[in-house]
Design a protein around this ligand. Structure first.
Ligand SMILES: Nc1ncnc2c1ncn2[C@@H]1O[C@H](COP(=O)(O)OP(=O)(O)OP(=O)(O)O)[C@@H](O)[C@H]1O
Ligand SMILES: Cc1ncc(C[n+]2csc(CCOP(=O)(O)O)c2C)c(N)n1
Ligand SMILES: [Mg+2]
Length: 316
């Protein structure tokens, strides 16, 4: 295709303006980060068209999602962002306008979250659009997955299930038509654009014996935290925080409660802490860590253990 930036041009025109000093103008082989007394935290997550987002989603939102899912991992570890690397595999049909809008969205979030671009890689692909971000952060105290102890309480931030229900709304026009416009818009937005909980960094550092972000689904992700900590858990499903929009959707179709608990894309923080710990507003207790190696038990309103078709999203 003609009339498009070359590889060098697109880096110089679209990405170099977003780069922080450590990126050396995106003209070097590698980034150079200054030393610091605080340990460095590194995480990477990729998003793939048709798997993590829809290829026709707005490019600015796709860029933001790619960055935000990584910032969510930093937040869950109590780390403040230092910068990020971006690897892009572009399918044959990309245009300058598409890529400019992508870069604009990325620039907005780099500024919003104080996370400058410091490098990356760009390649063509015969496959779907694939975006990989590696985020770096620093923390005075890393909250591991493996620190939960029997007796700890389990907390979760925000509301659970909105993004999974937003995806259900995208896939099911009949569900979309039955929801109020406000609920539909809320759920669709929560799917399109994660809100990484960097506002909870101090909470995680100060309170969490173990922490992780909820990306694959609350039930399955809690099982991962428990496995890493060699413990089990009891969760009271009625305590799991739901938005008004999620409650409306579940009211229309009760099986969507399972979708909310297991569907993923929440990007909220799940953590264990001493039971005497008093969480900040917007963080609620949903259960307790117990001894044992069994998968966490999720109890419904009548204290009966819930059985799930699958407990979280899995690629394979
Ligand atoms: N291809 C890989 N090579 C090396 N390590 C990997 C690879 N894939 C995953 N990991 C590691 O496995 C662990 C679990 O990764 P996983 O992607 O399940 O967690 P996550 O990134 O927190 O969750 P999510 O990707 O759903 O946001 C992490 O320590 C991650 O670094
Ligand atoms: C189009 C479309 N179909 C399905 C989903 C659901 N989904 C895909 S990956 C994932 C977990 C996080 O990914 P990872 O574990 O790779 O970090 C979830 C919940 C979606 N977001 N978009
Ligand atoms: Mg991952």
């Amino acid at each position: 295709m003609t009339g498009r930036y070359s590889e060098d041009e697109l880096i110089a025109r679209l990405f170099a303006p977003i780069a922080g000093p450590a990126g050396l103008g995106l003209e070097d082989d590698a980034a150079l980060l200054p030393a610091s007394s605080e340990p460095m935290v590194a995480t990477t997550d990729m998003i793939v068209a048709g798997v993590h987002f829809f290829a026709d989603d707005p490019p600015a939102q796709i860029a933001k999602k790619a960055l935000r899912v990584n910032l969510s991992d930093l937040a869950a570890k109590g780390a403040a962002p230092v910068g990020f690397l971006l690897s892009l595999a572009l399918p044959p049909d990309w245009t300058n306008d598409w890529l400019a809008a992508f870069a604009t969205g990325l620039a907005e979030d780099a500024a919003l979250y104080g996370a400058p671009l410091i490098g990356g890689d760009t390649a063509s692909t015969p496959g779907p659009l694939t975006i990989s971000v590696t985020a770096l952060g620093r923390t005075s105290r890393f909250a591991p997955r493996a620190g939960a102890r029997p007796g700890d309480a389990i907390f979760v931030s925000g509301t659970i299930g909105d993004a999974a229900l937003g995806l259900a709304v995208r896939r099911d026009p009949a569900l979309a038509a039955r929801l109020s416009p406000a609920a539909r818009d809320w759920l669709l937005d929560r799917y399109l654009l994660p809100r990484p909980r960097l506002d909870l960094i101090e909470t995680v550092r100060g309170g969490a014996s173990a922490a992780m972000d909820v990306s694959d689904g609350l039930v399955g992700d809690l099982a991962k935290l428990c496995r890493a900590s060699r413990v089990s858990a009891l969760v009271e499903a009625p305590l799991v925080p739901l938005s008004t929009a999620a409650q409306e959707a579940i009211g229309l179709s009760p099986s969507l409660f399972e979708t909310a608990l297991t569907g993923g894309d929440d990007y909220e923080i799940l953590f264990a802490a001493d039971p005497a710990y008093r969480p900040p507003q917007g963080v609620v207790r949903i259960g307790a860590i117990v001894p044992g190696a069994a998968a966490p038990a999720i109890l419904d309103a009548s204290k009966t253990q819930m059985i799930f078709g699958k407990t979280s999203f899995s690629h394979f």
